[in-house]
Ligand binder design. Structure first.
Ligand SMILES: [Zn+2]
Length: 215
């Protein structure tokens, strides 16, 4: 099996996982990963639980289809913008995690320092301003935040994560929704107390030195 086929297999597995973990429903969500001189991307309008390897579409960095039937994801412009702004990123995942998205409907933020391991891995999870899905507004709305953060909530829409490979981008999507779940539960139990400032400072220093080591 060549590298392209292996990568397609991985895209299919991640799509099924996103569906199993309730991070997408029906035809929601899209994935892309760098391959050769372009990207492998999921097709538009397909339920990701049933996606097959031969439905994956190869596009170049201008968004032109190189190989595959059907249309590439309708959020391709958002994916291309991420790769332009973050050259080190290898994979991008967009999903509709229900709790994280619900926070944005309620006007509540996940941009808070509460869980030490989330501070270490993601810093905070900011929310990008509302943009009409599938339009050129979406890449504009994420532009500034994606330069600094690997996991964003898209207001009233879903979430976006990036990684140095597909698994890393997937892990961040799982972590984002899990964080929303924990904070939601804490709110039911009477509220969320932030981490003390000196503990946040310690974690941010650890995060910074980890980043330096891995870069
Ligand atoms: Zn979407």
């Amino acid at each position: 099996m060549n590298t392209g086929q292996k990568l397609k297999q991985k895209v299919v597995r991640i799509c099924r996982l996103l569906h199993q973990k309730n991070l997408i429903a029906a035809t929601d969500g899209n994935i892309s990963v760098k391959f050769g001189d372009g990207l492998l991307t999921t097709p538009s309008g397909v339920n990701k639980a049933f996606l097959e390897e031969d439905q994956i579409i190869t596009v170049d960095f201008a968004g032109r289809v190189i190989e595959g039937q059907g249309q590439p994801t309708s959020e391709l412009a958002m994916h291309l913008a991420v790769y332009r702004l973050r050259p080190e990123v290898e994979a991008v995942i967009h999903a509709h995690p229900p709790l994280a998205t619900a926070f944005s409907l309620a006007g509540a933020s996940l941009e808070q320092f509460v869980l030490p391991e989330v501070v270490l891995s993601l810093g905070v999870i900011p929310t990008a301003a509302y943009a009409t899905p599938t339009t050129a507004e979406v890449p504009l709305a994420i532009r500034e935040l994606i330069k600094h953060y690997d996991a964003l909530i898209l207001e009233r829409h879903g979430a976006l994560t990036v990684g140095r490979d597909l698994i890393e981008a997937y892990n961040k999507m799982e972590k984002l929704e899990h964080t929303a779940l924990i904070i939601f539960a804490a709110l039911q139990l009477g509220g969320v107390k932030n981490l003390p400032a000196h503990e946040v400072e310690k974690l941010l220093q650890m995060r910074f030195s980890q980043k330096l080591q891995s870069s």
